[in-house]
Write a protein that binds this ligand. Structure first.
Ligand code: GTQ
Ligand code: FE2
Length: 350
């Protein structure tokens, strides 16, 4: 007599031969109330990232049609098969040398750039030339032409945040090189960022250009103004970079945030099913993720995987700490999937 397992194996083989599959094969243990992720908490030290960039600078040139960007990806140990930072986002670090041009192209992946070091470099986005300064956030929305150049004297370094793995999983990656190395820039200069809440009067298409540039001096002024008010219990003094035309997220697939942890401040633990990548822009502190402590200082980058409990602490009693972060929450919100939980609501300990 056949056992039940033999019987089932026979059936499974029968189905497999016909490109069919029984749902009974699914492991019941994979279905839990808690979402599961392969992304793991991780911290990348600034010294490692910067040293890697310096080594790349000595070996990798930037050339149209060849290596168009000198960037190094931050690979999550749980995502080594795709060499991405999370299942939805890629964080990379890019270095450009004085005189170099990173040739113009466009792609369906959207990108953000957060400037960490140097001055004199620029990005041209759809003809608009945006000068980079430390702490600035510059957007390259999907399918916009962009090239980078450097008119300064010292190497310039910034973070690139992209939705590559998300767009990859949707299988809608398109990439197009521009006909020339560089785009021509608008004579009027920096449209969206120059005119603030006003727009130049002209006939024809009066559509407001997409805002692309958030200057650090404005962000920092806002953080300072907020610093004297009660902070968010989970995020401290925190600002979302919104699209001022819509009030919506930074980009359709990515949200950016700047937060200040005041001297000695410690936030309360919560968790959400969006994933966050943090960069320590100023100061030093610690973030506890599911009981694991990541100690960070200026220049370090770390990731908080979805649904993990996390809390931040500023290690200094004198100095403020500032974290820049990028999140995939807009994707979840778009489909009504975003969930968050705090200890008081769930009654669960860490
Ligand atoms: O600067 O255009 O890190 O296209 C990855 C892909 C940077 C860029 C990255 C890119 C860019
Ligand atoms: Fe690009």
């Amino acid at each position: 007599m056949k056992t039940e397992t033999q019987d089932l194996t026979e059936l499974d083989n029968f189905l497999a031969d016909r490109w069919l599959s029984g749902l009974w094969k699914l492991d019941r243990h994979e279905r839990t109330p808690d979402p599961q992720t392969k992304v793991v908490p991780h911290l990348w030290k600034w010294d490692d990232v910067y040293d890697s960039l310096r080594q790349a600078r000595d070996r990798i040139g930037i050339e149209k049609g060849r290596t168009e960007r000198r960037t190094i990806r931050l690979v999550n140990p749980g995502m080594r098969h795709i060499e991405m930072t999370s299942h939805t986002m890629l964080l990379a670090c890019q270095m450009i040398q004085p005189g170099e041009v990173a040739p113009a192209h466009r792609h369906t992946m959207a990108a953000i750039r957060f400037i960490v070091q140097g001055q004199g470099a620029y990005t041209v986005v759809n003809g608009e030339k945006l000068m980079m300064a430390e702490g600035d956030l510059i957007l390259t929305p999907q399918w916009t032409w962009h090239d980078h150049g450097h008119e300064g004297r010292e190497p310039m370094v910034w973070l690139d945040g992209l939705d590559v793995p998300l767009i990859q999983s949707l299988q809608v990656i398109s990439y197009e090189p521009y006909s020339e190395e560089k785009q021509a820039t608008h004579a009027s200069g920096q449209e969206a960022s120059l005119f603030g809440m006003t727009r130049p009067v002209r006939s024809g298409d009066g559509a407001a250009p997409t805002p692309l540039h958030y200057r650090w001096k404005d962000t920092y002024r806002s953080l300072q103004a907020l610093a004297d008010t009660p902070a968010d219990p989970y995020d401290g003094v925190a600002l979302d970079y919104v699209n001022p035309l819509t009030g919506g997220s930074t980009l359709p697939t990515l949200a950016c945030r700047a937060q200040m942890l005041r001297p000695g401040e410690r936030t309360r633990a919560h968790r959400h099913n969006s994933t966050s990548i943090y960069h320590a822009f100023r100061g030093s502190g610690a973030t506890v993720i599911n009981g694991e402590t990541l100690e960070w200082s200026k220049g370090d980058t770390f990731i908080v995987p979805l649904w993990s409990w996390h809390e931040h602490a500023n290690r200094s009693a004198e100095d403020e700490a500032i974290l820049f972060s990028m999140h995939d929450a807009p994707v979840l919100e778009a489909f009504g999937l975003h969930r968050q939980e705090s200890l008081d609501e769930s009654g669960m300990g860490m």
